[in-house]
Design a protein around this ligand. Structure first.
Ligand code: ACO
Ligand code: LMR
Length: 268
């Protein structure tokens, strides 16, 4: 009989071999016919699910609110410096993306993991903050360099309002907002930041939308899928900064030496 040749690798999201390209089994013409949008496509490619309309809309909202936050943040700064050093679009984009991590833009997964862990363990918000302090760990998803209780981040309000209106449950988001009440008592910039709000809201979505088992939801939280949302969203901004610098014909950047504290000891 026929012996099946063992395959070199396995893939489960896209099949391009037939008459029509399919994302998770959904033909591309149907994606357009049903107006699934970018959120719908992301749902098929990242989670292998047809998301409900509110889920696709949530993802698109996340991509829009993370698209940019000005030239001063680590990533845009790197992109701008790289562009001004004469590099191409991809090098400049990647240079910006490489700054995304636990301090800037890459706190979504950590926030999702820690807040859901604390909630599931039944820790009160005060106990959670104390536990993290005793471990000498910063709470990912809390804190902002410029936003604060007095200068609230509208992006976070947009996320909260949307989730409250459309999600079947906002337990983890509500818990994170209680934690914020504790941390902002210490310092007013220790707010639930945009990474944190999106991270915890996504846990609520995965857990309550009815498309994932509890184990599958947990797997996505542990896999590191959520930082991908910031990476994807902010890529729009980084590319924008690259094009902007080219348009403005900005030359090589050199940091002013009077803004550097040189602390070089003489070696005797
Ligand atoms: N959890 C607990 N305590 C915190 C946190 C936190 N996340 N962030 C700051 N603190 C405490 C510090 O320990 C410090 O305490 P101390 O005065 O007793 O020493 C105090 O608040 C001030 O800390 P700074 O480092 O000066 O705070 P800064 O304003 O520079 O930090 C930052 C802002 C980098 C965002 C920080 O809060 C942080 O690392 N947060 C966690 C990571 C995170 O969520 N990043 C995403 C930010 S949003 C974005 O990038 C899109
Ligand atoms: C961002 O979205 O880049 C910011 O929240 C970070 C910042 O410091 O503005």
């Amino acid at each position: 009989g026929l012996i099946r040749k063992p395959t070199m690798f396995v893939s489960s999201i896209v099949d391009e071999r037939g008459d029509e390209l399919c994302y998770s089994g959904v033909p591309i013409t149907q994606i357009f016919k049903n107006e699934m949008g970018i959120g719908g496509v992301l749902g098929l490619l990242w989670f292998r699910r047809k998301l409900p309309a509110y889920g696709s809309k949530f993802i698109e909202m996340v991509l829009m609110i993370t698209a940019d936050h000005g030239p001063a943040v680590s990533g845009a700064h790197n992109t701008i410096i790289t562009t001004r050093a004469g590099k191409d679009l991809i090098s400049s984009l990647v240079s910006g993306l490489l700054t995304i991590g636990p301090r800037f833009g890459g706190a979504l997964d950590g926030a999702a993991q820690r807040f859901s862990w604390a909630y599931d363990k039944g820790l009160s918000p005060v106990q959670f903050v104390k536990t993290m302090r005793s471990r000498k760990e910063l709470i990912l998803g809390i804190g902002h360099k410029v936003k604060s209780v007095e200068n609230p981040d509208k992006r976070v309000t947009i996320v909260i309002d949307f989730c409250k209106k459309h999600f079947k449950s906002t337990k983890i988001l509500d818990y994170a907002l209680e934690v914020e009440k504790v941390t902002t008592r210490k310092k007013s910039n220790l707010i639930l930041n945009v990474d944190g709000a999106i991270g915890v809201a996504f846990v609520d979505f995965l857990r309550s939308c009815g498309l994932f088992s509890a184990e599958e939801a947990q797997e996505y939280i542990e896999m590191g899928a959520l930082n991908g949302l910031f990476v994807l969203g902010r890529s729009m901004g980084f590319i924008g900064h690259h094009l902007d610098q080219k348009r403005l014909k900005q030359g090589l950047y050199r940091h002013p030496t009077d803004d550097i504290a040189y602390m070089v000891d003489k070696i005797h």
